[in-house]
Write a protein that binds this ligand. Sequence first.
Ligand code: NAP
Length: 290
Amino acid sequence: MILIDGKATAVAIKEEIAQEVRRIIAGGGKRPHLAAILVGHDGGSETYVANKVKACEECGFESTLIRYEDDVTEKELLDKVQELNEDDTVDGFIVQLPLPKHINEQKIVEAIDYRKDVDGFTPINVGRLAIGLPCFVSATPKGILELLRRYNIPTSGKHCVIIGRSNIVGKPMAQLMLQKIYADSTVTICHSHTENLKDICHSADILIAAIGRPAFVTADMVKPGATVIDVGTTRVPDASRKSGFRLQGDVDFDSVAPLCSHITPVPGGVGPMTISMLMQNTLLAARKNW
Ligand code: NAP
């Protein structure tokens, strides 16, 4: 069994990006610039955005953090999105989700110019992904594909089973695995109403779990020799930790790992890849190769 080290891979990718930025600057080019809009003071969002700003520094990007209090109006946010769309000094930007209840998230996302939508959440990027056009791909599924590639895991013609059909993980993951230009696999998507879930999972060469149910995937669901990718990150109480919790994946790691050819741990697997893929998308945005 090979443990897929997402942490080390993410560090290597950020170093590759930093090298590319040094080349751009040496050639007289401009530093890629990522902006982030953060509303309110939610602990999780604060941490994610702080990590994104730190990753920008590591990659040699310029970053701008735009903060609003919880009582920001939808109009103020839409105006800021429009301003960033038109600001030539900003290559890409994100609006950290979730937003407060009084704001229509979808309306904000749809206002983002798809050429600056480095999260890959706008309908235009989702549609472009579906028909195989150049686009920004949602960072978590993009990171998983990158791990499969860097670990030389065969995907073409293989059966990939994805559990979970969210817009940010399951569905874009299915598109990446399906398309010839990406993974070229045969894809099955499962969800909470799927019948014979165990049998379907057991037929997978590559099993990707993105459901948010701790230790849901057990050894009897995994074919010997399969690759298992665990996207789940659920906080479970753990009195032995200073924080009082630990992150638990969707896979029952101890029973499943011995069966696998490759497996991602939680933490240290898919999670660290997500921000490095956001950095890759920002570099792509800066190249403006549309
Ligand atoms: P989500 O929007 O909550 O969707 C969960 C999906 O799992 C839904 O499609 C749901 O089916 C399906 N599901 C739930 N219970 C199931 C069951 N018993 N059997 C089969 N399918 C079931 O989730 P998400 O946003 O994709 O996130 C999934 C997990 O990944 C979470 O733990 C999240 O924290 C984690 N995550 C990690 C990263 C990272 O960077 N590591 C990034 C994003 C998400 P229905 O559609 O039928 O409801």
